[in-house]
Write a protein that binds this ligand. Structure first.
Ligand code: FAD
Length: 353
């Protein structure tokens, strides 16, 4: 139940080691002072040692193509651009899935929905008999902070101050654990942080096929940002009306590129192009992001473990016996891992639903 700050201060003396581990908490949607965040310190370190940081050769869509092939090889079909509007329930069981254009698909055995509990109970099951406690809790489904991701095309790889950093999966750039905590507090207060920690991923270091010869790509991730910013902690950017406009996200990206230059001086001058994803872009693109949360729901203690996705209906079951929830909004949470699907698959393979 300890906080990450307590664990880091108790177990480590080096401010550099503390600063190295601290920003990983943001990848778990937590702050350094969140209840139980101390557990994530052990979890991240154990995971990196056991599994490293795998990267699909050729780009992340290779992973998606492989999963699609797995489905089609087994006779399944996949339909894109078909937002589900309702799950049809008769006599307490799901019998059909209706998509936006009105087409309905008959349910064989079960519906597995990769959506958050708010969407399931408030929209997809809006015509079904859902216990009041569930709809009330679904209305209070809580989202975490947002993120900005900046993809950079570079004319040359970053010049790391230490060559060993070329072999590190995803180093973070920041001054200290304390600065990392301060930036997250600023974000929780609705402010654009003046100096957030940045995670820097250079996939071309491991997979040169991703850029023309001599060039590089870099992904800069800034986590734990306000989804609806109200002010700038540095007092430099006019924030406007709580919206990540194109202008705001570009000005914030300029701040991040400037900060990058402090640690990697050759990078700002090597940028050939950039693509920025803001919390608002995420919200527009994926209903599971709510207002722009990359992790599909808060991962604080009150929304985790036995309380995920909802205290009245934790785990992957729902109030309809043949509807299951999977995905980042369910246990064990966010990340490209497939764990919730694995859990549900085992239930379906071993029990009569
Ligand atoms: C910018 C960013 C960077 C990230 N970086 C990493 C990383 O480096 N490593 C890592 O492990 N994780 C990372 N994550 C988190 C990770 O991507 C997510 O936790 C993970 O993709 C969640 O997978 P999922 O299958 O639960 O849901 P999603 O990927 O959210 O997929 C759900 C899909 O369902 C669709 N959908 C929702 N509602 C409906 C509906 N009614 N009808 C039809 N379709 C619907 C959505 O459009 C979406 O395509 C990142 C997330 C973001 C946003």
């Amino acid at each position: 139940m300890q906080t990450a700050r307590d664990v880091l201060n108790e177990r480590f003396r080096s401010p550099i080691v503390k600063a190295m581990i601290a920003p990983w908490l943001a990848h778990a949607g937590q702050t350094l002072d969140s209840a139980n965040s101390g557990f994530s310190v052990s979890l991240f370190l154990a995971t990196f040692i056991a599994a490293g940081m795998p990267l699909p050769h050729g780009g992340s869509d290779v992973l998606i193509k492989a999963l699609v092939q797995l489905v089609t090889d087994h006779g399944g079909t996949i339909q894109c651009d078909a937002p589900v509007d309702r799950i049809l329930v008769e006599r307490g069981r799901a019998v059909g899935v209706r998509v936006k254009d009105g087409d309905t698909y008959t349910v064989g055995r079960a519906v597995i929905a990769s959506v958050n509990a708010d969407q399931l109970y408030l929209k997809l099951l809006a015509d079904a008999d859902v216990p009041r406690a569930l709809t009330e809790q679904a209305k209070r489904y809580r989202y975490g902070l947002g993120c900005v991701q900046i993809q950079l095309a570079l004319s040359e790889p970053p010049h790391w101050p230490d060559n060993r950093l070329q072999h590190v999966g995803r180093p973070h750039l920041l001054r200290s654990m304390e600065d990392c905590a301060l930036a997250i507090t600023q974000a929780m207060n609705g402010q654009l942080p003046s100096e957030p920690a940045m995670s820097v991923d250079v996939p071309t270091q491991l997979d040169p096929s991703r850029a023309p010869h001599g060039g590089a790509i870099m992904c800069v991730q800034v986590l734990q940002l306000p989804c609806c910013p109200t002010a700038d902690a540095a007092g430099e950017i006019a924030v406007g009306n709580e919206t990540w406009t194109e202008d705001l996200k570009n000005r914030f990206a300029d701040r991040i590129v400037k900060l990058l230059g402090r640690y990697l001086p050759n990078v700002p001058g090597a940028i050939l192009g950039r693509h920025i994803i803001s919390p608002q872009d995420l919200a527009r693109y994926n209903p599971n992001s709510g207002p722009g949360d990359p992790y599909a729901g808060s991962l604080e203690l009150a929304h985790n473990y036995l309380f995920r996705p909802l205290p009245s209906q934790p785990s992957h079951q729902t109030c309809v016996p043949n509807i299951f929830l999977v995905g980042a909004g369910t246990w064990p949470g966010a990340g490209v891992n497939g764990s919730s699907g694995y859990i549900v698959a085992q239930q379906l393979l071993t029990s009569a639903v």
